[in-house]
Ligand binder design. Sequence first.
Ligand code: TNX
Length: 515
Amino acid sequence: VASGTVVWTLGAQIPNVAQAAEPLKSIVPAPVSVQATAGVTHTLTSTSKIYTQAGNADARAVGDHLASVLRRSTGFALPVSDASGTPADGISLLLTGANTAVGDQGYQLDVTTATVVLRANTAAGLFGGVQTLRQLLPAKVEAATVQTGPWTLPGAAVLDYPRFVHRGAMLDTARHFQPVAAVKKYLDQLALCKINYFHLHLTDDQGWRIVIDSWPRLTSVGGSTQVGGGAGGFYTKAQYQEIIAYAASKFITVIPEVDLPGHTNAALASYAELNCNGVAPALRTDTAVGYSSLCVSKAVTYQFIDDVIREIAALTPGPYFHIGGDEAQATSDADYQTFMDKTLPIVKKYGKQAMGWHEFVKTTTDTTAVPQFWATTASNNVVAAAAARGHKVLMSPANKTYLDMKYNAGTPLGQDWAGRIEVQDAYNWNPGAYVPGVGESAVRGVEAPMWTENIVTSADIEYMAFPRLAAIAELGWSPWSTHNWDQFKLRLAAQGPRWSTLGINFYRSTQIPWE
Ligand code: TNX
């Protein structure tokens, strides 16, 4: 380490912390390691340039994304062009020379007086590095209109890569339909936190939200209402693809969910033949759960499932298909087993890997099936047995990660069946040592679900997601050695002005000393 450098790992004993520039101490999620170069800064000017790996369209797209963020607030031209070698000025986004430790999602960021250099092995890594770079500039860099500088970054060397391969967020578009614009807005916010999977809950008792050409009444009837009786809505196939492409531009993979065999009243109301008694029930706009089931004994049920999975899989580039499987109280255990025995091979047939709420995993020994743990009690035999067989588990304990839970008794939105979740509750647990028998190596990652029984607008989503989403994202990204509430709350506090500038309606928890 050269003299003049302050080196520390966040969460460990921080030497000379006073010497480090404030933004370097406030990155969320916390990087693996940060070195501050005392006395060095880099200032963007009207002649600054952005260079990207020559001949690489994906790196260029990340450079264009960075330029669009910076142009809005700085007013600078920031032309983007091919890098030749390692440029001697400007901001460079390079796919060469990265420390091998950064893997396929991490990055290395070096800020010197003359240059800002991001290095990664993939464009996804560069994109993650850009999210960190944004946090090294003043909060007003996030403004939509031109602001006054200076636009100064602290001298630094950051080395960073995720703890888990999967940092996810889910949005329930069934209970309250979420228009494409609202989904895109949430995707913008997820990207800030280095979230890389977006789980789209597309069907439930109260609504079916995606067009299936071979079963058109699913949306014309099943998509026509929502909780509370509003007009509902649905995505056309083109709109679903628009969401996927928008997510992909932020290196986020979409996981579609069709919740089966329960949570299916909207489908049952749309097609009488899917019901064992041949009678279509009424559409439902209440929030009860556990009363609906597809008819396990009818052949038409599996024709329906084949068509639905085939049509959605054909539009979905990501490797996962989420089949729900939760709260199937209206399906007997034997029928549930029969149902999964017939449905899981259909997911495979269309080239996808099955994901489901954790109870489905008791029906299969196929270790490519991913259980999503959502219980409120950590000890869980079904999930521990799955981990022992070799399944990788996605962690969404409802009393830690459910973004629809109230923060406290005074929270106007949300529910509290899994408890109330203040920011510290969302942060203070270890996904790699939470469920007995499901250790670090059996964990695929974390996901924060947003159910929308009484969450309607983007403002509602933001209020419930922020700041807890940042806590869950940090648990998924940052090394456990950085885990420290007293430091995390200060880092979160520094995000407040950024979120305000971005117009995010975050909850100003009294646990956080907001700046
Ligand atoms: C339980 S968690 C559900 C959802 C509800 C949610 C509300 C899970 C797999 N199922 O159907 O929307 O609680 O918090």
